[in-house]
Design a protein around this ligand. Structure first.
Ligand SMILES: [Zn+2]
Length: 346
């Protein structure tokens, strides 16, 4: 069993037989059920033997350091050591969203609160978003060297499943290589996808908001520069492919990024966005306690409808929408029509 602090949550993950009920006992009469079960990531069509329990800092309190595992109602001789959960820094929402960046809708329902921030759901396209958002400086300050080294890079160890995931994304843009063999990546991070794209014959460029990421990717020989796409007026070239893998949820103006991508794509070029979804098991079962939720960092949790709308409103043609095995991650492939030689507007 593994206990990992994630933002203001503690994530307890382990394995148990598919039909076995699993609870974590914090104290007598205080048992927390499994939030969701899922197949092992290396065998996505296999039995649901993995489980995940999330605890927030308020539930844990500061004194709680151990818990006990309960299987099928029987307390086990297994004590789980609970690492300290970081207390969320004070975040104040100051920047309300008045129109949905995906569909331009203006009807919002409350989705819930976390980290003292409110999230709302667009009544039209089901995009879940932080609103009001903290000031930009407050969200950007997090993307520093400590975040990159301690929180981000450990998640990027190149396992067979991560390698397969990266190749699946690159397969979606492969047809565009014959049009223009250049690929732009938003949020290069550790550079795994960019390096793989280069190995597959793309001329790769990309940006990141974290200087530690840019340094790391540059050391890997990648052409990456420091830039916040929210303030960019172009993606720095014309590309056959534009890719955003687990980045757009951090961006303040996803519609602006898609507009830049639509301008930067050669006719027939392809955009792939892969991101977190509010339509999967995690958000459905755990709501605001889901580890996907971190309103200061994940400013958006996408729906299929919101991704389609985001692309179509920038005159891109949606080719495909797909989800991972739990539905917690979602991807869209869109292409720039070949008869559009004029830059997309809007
Ligand atoms: Zn919307």
């Amino acid at each position: 069993m593994v206990c990992t602090p994630v933002a203001d949550l503690l994530l307890v993950q382990g394995h148990a037989g598919e039909g076995v009920t699993v609870e974590l006992e914090l104290a007598d009469d205080d048992r927390i059920p499994v939030a969701h079960r899922f197949p092992h990531p290396e065998a996505p069509s296999g039995p649901r033997t993995c489980f995940e329990i999330t605890l927030d800092h308020e539930r844990l309190g500061s004194a709680k350091t151990t818990a006990t595992l309960v299987l099928d109602g029987v307390v086990q001789q297994v004590t789980v050591d609970l690492p300290a959960v970081p207390q969320p820094g004070a975040m104040v929402g100051v920047d309300p969203i008045t129109s949905c960046p995906a569909c331009n809708g203006s009807e919002f329902q409350p989705a819930g609160r976390r980290q003292h921030l409110q999230m709302v759901t667009c009544g039209n396209c089901q995009l879940v978003m932080t609103s009001p958002r903290p000031a930009e400086d407050h969200t950007l300050v997090r993307y520093n060297e400590r975040y990159f080294e301690e929180e981000y890079l450990p998640s990027q160890t190149l396992s067979p499943s991560l390698q397969a995931h990266i190749d699946a994304i690159l397969d979606h843009v492969e047809p565009a290589k014959a049009i223009a063999p250049s690929l732009f990546e938003l949020g290069v991070g550790g550079g795994n996808l960019a390096a793989r794209a280069a190995a597959r014959g793309w001329e790769v460029r990309g940006t990141d908001v974290n200087p530690a990421s840019v340094q790391h990717a540059t050391n890997r020989g990648l052409d990456v520069w420091l830039e916040n796409v929210d303030h960019a007026d172009s993606l720095g070239g014309i590309y056959g492919a534009v890719v955003s893998e687990m980045s757009i949820e951090h961006v303040r103006h996803p519609d602006h990024f898609v507009a830049l991508a639509a301008k930067a794509l050669a006719p027939g070029g392809r955009l792939v966005i892969y991101t977190v979804s509010a339509e999967g098991e995690s958000f459905e079962h755990s709501g605001m306690a889901s580890p996907l939720v971190g309103p200061a960092e994940h400013l958006f949790l996408f729906s299929a409808g919101s991704l389609v709308s985001l692309c179509e409103r920038k005159q891109l043609r949606v080719e495909l929408v797909w989800r991972n095995h739990t539905g917690d991650e979602i991807g869209v492939v869109a292409s720039k029509r070949r008869d559009r030689n004029n830059p997309a507007t809007g």
